[in-house]
Design a protein around this ligand. Structure first.
Ligand SMILES: C[S@@+](CC[C@H](N)C(=O)[O-])C[C@H]1O[C@@H](n2cnc3c(N)ncnc32)[C@H](O)[C@@H]1O
Length: 233
């Protein structure tokens, strides 16, 4: 991964998600002990949408966040956007007719100030240019709109660090290999988490992109973070 160009890395990510799409949701439940279901509820709560709000689930994959948003607000306008068609195909078979959109997070096909909220789950670690992705999310948000980001993050060192390391580097790849048949995709998970920005550095990038009231909470022994912020009116 380290010696790939940006475009090559984006193609690698697309190809990887194409290969694991059918088992992606099951692996999420298994890896997190189904805790991801609670984090997704929390993400949509933090998005503070109401009836008639427009929400973008960016890097939607199979649409778990988008469908949670529809569950919490059945009359909201939800768009699920991703650049891996196979993930959306699996999601469409599972969740039915959400508004699916083929979109690259670095060049969003939406007009300025379209959405009241942009949420993402496990996307930002994968994009090749984090600042550009934030710039695009800022652009498509309405003034007063909210951004909420769920992703893995590097935990601070503590007594549990050796166990977390074993879980990330041994248990998850072995389980991922058995369930999806694509072990390298689940080696990519710890590798991309460790090479990603710290939670504090991600906040700093959000602030640099123009977001205000930026904050984050950690979950699951510090390995997961939910960041949120606003585009002030
Ligand atoms: C780990 S999956 C997350 C799926 C879903 N959001 C969830 O919460 O489970 C990451 C998704 O981000 C998508 N992705 C990565 N880079 C992207 C980009 N530049 N533009 C759009 N989607 C991207 C991948 O195709 C993949 O479906």
């Amino acid at each position: 991964m380290a010696n790939l160009t940006g475009q090559e890395r984006a193609r690698y990510v697309q190809n990887m998600f194409t290969r694991i799409a059918r088992r992606y949701d099951l692996m999420n439940r298994l890896m997190t002990g189904a805790q991801d279901v609670h984090w997704r509820k929390q993400v949509i709560k933090l998005a503070q949408i109401d009836q008639g709000s427009h929400l973008l689930d960016l890097g939607s994959g199979t649409g778990d966040l988008a469908s949670e948003a529809l569950r919490q607000q059945p009359n909201a306008h939800i768009v699920a956007a991703d650049f891996t068609l196979e993930m959306m195909r699996v999601g469409q078979a599972h969740y039915g007719p959400l508004n699916w959109s083929a979109a690259d997070a670095l060049r969003l096909p939406f007009k300025d100030e379209t959405f009241d909220a942009v949420v993402s789950g496990f996307l930002m670690r994968n994009v090749i240019d984090v600042s550009q992705a934030f710039k695009e999310q800022f652009r498509v948000l309405k003034p007063g709109g909210r951004i909420v980001i769920l992703d893995t993050t590097r935990p601070k060192r503590n007594l549990l660090s050796p166990f977390i390391w074993i879980h990330m580097h041994a248990v998850i790849p072995a389980l991922g290999g058995m369930v999806s048949g694509v072990r390298d995709a689940y080696n990519y998970l710890p590798d991309s988490t460790e090479s990603f920005l710290t939670a504090e550095a991600l906040s700093a990038r959000m602030i640099a992109a123009g977001f205000k009231n930026v904050n984050f909470q950690r979950f699951m022994f510090g390995t997961i973070a939910i960041h949120h912020g606003e585009k002030l009116a």
